[in-house]
Ligand binder design. Structure first.
Ligand SMILES: Cc1cc2nc3c(=O)[nH]c(=O)nc-3n(C[C@H](O)[C@H](O)[C@H](O)COP(=O)(O)OP(=O)(O)OC[C@H]3O[C@@H](n4cnc5c(N)ncnc54)[C@H](O)[C@@H]3O)c2cc1C
Length: 376
């Protein structure tokens, strides 16, 4: 942890341990109104896009450091299979990112994981580093360590406005703060928070159905608690991909979700008309019948969560183009959790004017044309 002047953060669960740095999430912690709640998130080395694949070793290392510092276990290694049509560019990207990624055909996959099926022309790529991050436990750990390093976490305090300047002013429901720099990492609320700063980021919050499916035979090999994580890519009927995690939060229920959802306002997320169709659940049911026949094809539990997507699915990690002392981390597009430690490190480095440990060029705000409008 490097020392440095205070840099308050809006949203998120804690920064890089500066003494007396306030971090202000709007709801009382822990809460389930954003994107990071729940027990489980997938982590993996397999990544179709090179910038993320390059950051993953650092991320694994930083998660381990947090485990050591917090004195708790945050990860269960299960391995991960990436399923899809042979030759699919994303699948190939995953295989390349693993260097020696083992490719399994239908027979080999069925031998190793009897619960998972492949179909004609499909293969599976094995990533032995994949596994489950214990999400809620990880948030608690990072908040504890943040406090232990002198950070101040002010939950239940909503940021109402940010006034730029050499000394920034942050007005919240509880007070007014001044600081030389600020990190905004407000998830699905980021667009609304930065719009008055003249920044119109193309961020689309999505409401995601988080579905859990019951095993037909309890403790069946290869799907239940003992199964791997998986991702399915390049399937014509599920263009955004499907992912699954072994049973963890509910005994005998396997988490399988569509990597997409319905556009939503984070303030109105629960206003879904009664009887509204759930096309994503229908799509998942059909996938379950075909690829995971050991599960009941009707979800036993459905919860919700939020993605905040950018048009290209890549993160935003950058300075405000006009106000260089405002740093923004947003648009994690449904794959940000596993990289949170590296994202935190990069945001911190940007705020301190240090050379980022990884190139942030792919995450620049200016890759989107017309984002800067007349400010204030
Ligand atoms: C169902 C689901 C499954 C996922 N699976 C995976 C996975 O397997 N692997 C993976 O790597 N990623 C996964 N993700 C993505 C990952 O969880 C997100 O990318 C990540 O949690 C985003 O974190 P965030 O800090 O941007 O948003 P959040 O966690 O929502 O944090 C933003 C915080 O800012 C606060 N805030 C907003 N506005 C204000 C304000 N004005 N004042 C004060 N506080 C404010 C919010 O209340 C919130 O606490 C998944 C996401 C979902 C929804």
């Amino acid at each position: 942890m490097s020392p440095g002047p205070p840099c308050p953060q809006v949203g998120g669960g804690g920064g890089r341990g500066h003494p007396h740095v306030p971090c202000a999430p709007q709801f009382i912690l822990p809460h389930s109104r954003g994107s990071s709640h729940g027990q489980s998130r997938i982590t993996r080395s397999a990544y179709p896009r090179v910038p993320y694949a390059r950051m993953m070793p650092d991320s694994f290392h930083l998660w381990q450091r947090l485990e050591a510092e917090a004195g708790t276990s945050l990860y269960r290694r299960t391995g991960l299979v990436v399923l899809g049509p042979a030759g699919n560019p994303e699948l190939e990207g995953c295989r390349r990112s693993l260097r020696a990624g083992e490719v399994l055909d239908a027979t080999a996959l069925a031998q190793r994981f009897p619960g998972l099926r492949l179909h004609a022309g499909e293969v599976a790529v094995w990533d032995g580093t994949g596994g489950v991050l214990f999400a809620d436990r990880a948030l608690r750990a990072v908040q504890d360590v943040f406090r232990r390093h002198g950070g101040t976490l002010r939950d239940g305090e909503k940021v109402l406005r940010v006034d730029p300047g050499t000394a920034l002013t942050v007005t919240t429901t509880a007070g007014v703060y001044r600081a030389p720099r600020l990190i905004i990492a407000a998830g699905a609320w980021t667009g609304a928070l930065v719009a008055p700063l003249g920044l119109h980021l193309p961020l689309q919050p999505l409401r995601i159905d988080v579905c859990y499916w019951r095993e037909k035979e309890p403790r069946s090999p290869g799907t239940g608690r003992a199964g791997p994580c998986f991702m399915a890519m390049g399937l014509p009927r599920a263009p955004h991909g499907i992912y699954g995690l072994p049973a963890l939060e509910y005994p005998g229920l396997v988490k399988v979700c569509y990597h997409h959802g319905s556009p939503a306002d984070p303030e109105e997320r629960d206003r879904v008309p009664l009887g509204a169709p759930h096309p994503d659940i229908a799509l998942l049911s059909s996938f379950i019948s075909s690829y995971l026949p050991g599960l009941e094809p009707r979800p036993a539990v459905v919860e919700t969560c939020l993605y905040t997507n950018t048009p290209d699915g890549d993160f935003i990690l950058d300075k405000h183009p006009k106000f260089g002392n405002i740093i923004i981390g947003a648009g994690f597009s449904g794959h940000g959790f596993k990289l949170a430690p590296v994202v935190g490190k990069l945001l911190c480095e940007l705020s301190l004017g240090e050379e980022p440990s990884h190139s942030t060029a792919p995450f620049a705000i200016t890759r989107f044309p017309g984002v800067l409008r007349a400010a204030l």
